[in-house]
Design a protein around this ligand. Structure first.
Ligand SMILES: [Zn+2]
Ligand SMILES: [Zn+2]
Length: 142
């Protein structure tokens, strides 16, 4: 939260109450939230009931790296290490939608060497793995 506030300060950006609240909502849940869910929350709190308000706030947060979009779920999660250059990979639980962000290096490993072989330069990759988180595994003991 402070990282985002400082970043906006430094870059002369407006960290509006809506942007702040959207980031806060995403930070307090370790799961992805869709734009519609976020809009519902904002409406309940009287921060804006117009979809563009939520979308603009999300756009802002994604552009500046505080939030990542999970293409697979069409939803958003707060970044675990904002302010750092990184290529995240996501592990998404099919059962509870919990999302874990891990750093990934798309230019190394199998994908990287395949790309080098054909002379392809990777700029961005979307790495999203779906499966079952520890708490949703049937054999979990709790
Ligand atoms: Zn991140
Ligand atoms: Zn789960």
């Amino acid at each position: 939260m402070e990282t985002a506030a400082r970043y906006c300060d430094r870059h002369g950006l407006h960290f509006t109450p809506t942007r702040r609240r959207v980031l806060e909502l995403l930070l307090t849940r370790h799961r992805a939230l869709g734009a519609y869910d976020l809009l519902e929350k904002l409406r309940e709190e009287g921060l804006g009931s117009q979809p563009p308000v939520a979308y603009r706030a999300l756009d802002f947060l994604v552009t500046h790296g505080f939030v990542h979009k999970i293409e697979h779920l069409n939803a958003y999660v707060a970044c675990s290490h904002p302010g750092e250059e990184h290529a995240p990979a996501f592990m998404i639980c099919r059962t509870c939608d919990a999302v874990v962000e891990t750093p990934a290096r798309p230019t190394t490993g199998a994908l990287g060497s395949a790309a080098r072989k054909i002379g392809f330069q990777i700029e961005t990759t979307v790495m999203e793995a779906s499966g079952t988180c520890p708490s949703c595994r049937p054999d979990a003991t709790g």
